[in-house]
Design a protein around this ligand. Structure first.
Ligand code: BTN
Length: 275
């Protein structure tokens, strides 16, 4: 390079569809689509199902960047190009499993992939974040459309893989979020991480759709780190405190208070925190 040319930062390698797809998988990411820039990969997943029908179910759609990445509760998801893994799995499900089953399966799969590839053990933060040392590294957004016996689902996952959390994250997220690279102390190979994630999602989603959820429930509870502990659950009419006894994708959380023991539906719980 001559002295007059501006120095360019090395660009992260793009994720390539043919290096991520595998016919050996049962359901997820036998087919993979990658984009440089989209609005939201969840919208791409719904579009894929509209166009491709049942044959599109299981397709994984990755983007290097999104202009309208969505989070839960109307929040946005912002990630600098090439630093994260932003993926949505398109699923046509009949009958649809309980929403908590898909969220739990995805959270367990992400936790496994992070353990495998970054060698750090994240906590699951109810209902669908993963934290390392108390800072968010992943958010999951499961959206469903359709009613009756069949639903189209976009299961979106955003993971902060590389980057310096103090420079590459949005100012509002600094301190609350981190990257796997910062937690692991070394850069993360995004393609390797993405393949591990797709393998784990394939396993966990295939068993969820078979109705085989006992192991996922146990591992989700383990990931929360709250079993047998006093917790505060955020409910529509305020917080309730008690000991968290069990988690079940159909019934939710089994909470023991001094007065009673009751199941609280997962969809009604906004947060579950140590009391
Ligand atoms: C959250 O933290 O509230 C959930 C964030 C989910 C972000 C991912 S990135 C890929 C997919 N596409 C989206 O628009 N959102 C999800």
């Amino acid at each position: 390079m001559s002295g007059t040319e501006p120095e360019r930062e090395p660009q992260p390698a793009r994720l390539e569809a043919d290096r991520l797809a595998s016919p050996a998988r049962r359901l997820v990411a036998r087919r993979v689509v990658t984009f440089d820039l989209v609005g939201s990969t969840n919208d791409e997943a719904f579009g894929e199902l509209m166009r491709g029908g049942d044959d599109a179910s299981g397709t994984a759609l990755f983007a290097e960047a999104q202009t309208a990445g969505r989070g839960r509760r109307g929040r946005t998801w912002v990630s600098r190009p090439g630093l994260g893994v932003l993926v949505s799995i398109a699923l046509r499900v009949e009958p649809p499993p309980p929403p908590a089953a898909l969220v739990a399966a995805a959270a367990v799969a992400v936790r496994e992939a992070i353990l495998e590839e970054a060698r750090v053990d994240p906590r699951i933060k109810w209902p669908n974040d993963l934290l390392v040392a108390g800072r968010k590294v992943c958010g999951i957004l499961v959206e469903a459309r359709g009613s009756g016996p069949r639903a189209d689902v976009a299961l979106g996952i955003g993971v902060n893989c590389n980057g310096d959390p103090d420079q590459d994250l949005e100012p509002g997220h600094r301190g609350a979020a981190t990257s796997l690279a910062a937690a692991a102390g070394r850069p993360i190979d995004r393609a390797r991480f993405a393949r591990a994630l797709l393998d784990r999602l394939d396993e966990r989603l295939a068993s969820t759709l078979r109705g085989d959820v006992r192991e996922i429930e146990a591992e989700f509870l383990d990931g929360l780190g709250l079993a047998g502990r006093r917790v505060r659950l955020g409910l529509p009419d305020g917080e309730v405190t008690g000991v968290l006894r069990r988690f079940d994708v159909a019934r939710g959380v089994d909470l023991e208070t001094p007065e009673e023991r009751r199941w609280i539906a997962a969809e009604t719980i906004a947060h579950a925190l140590p009391a």
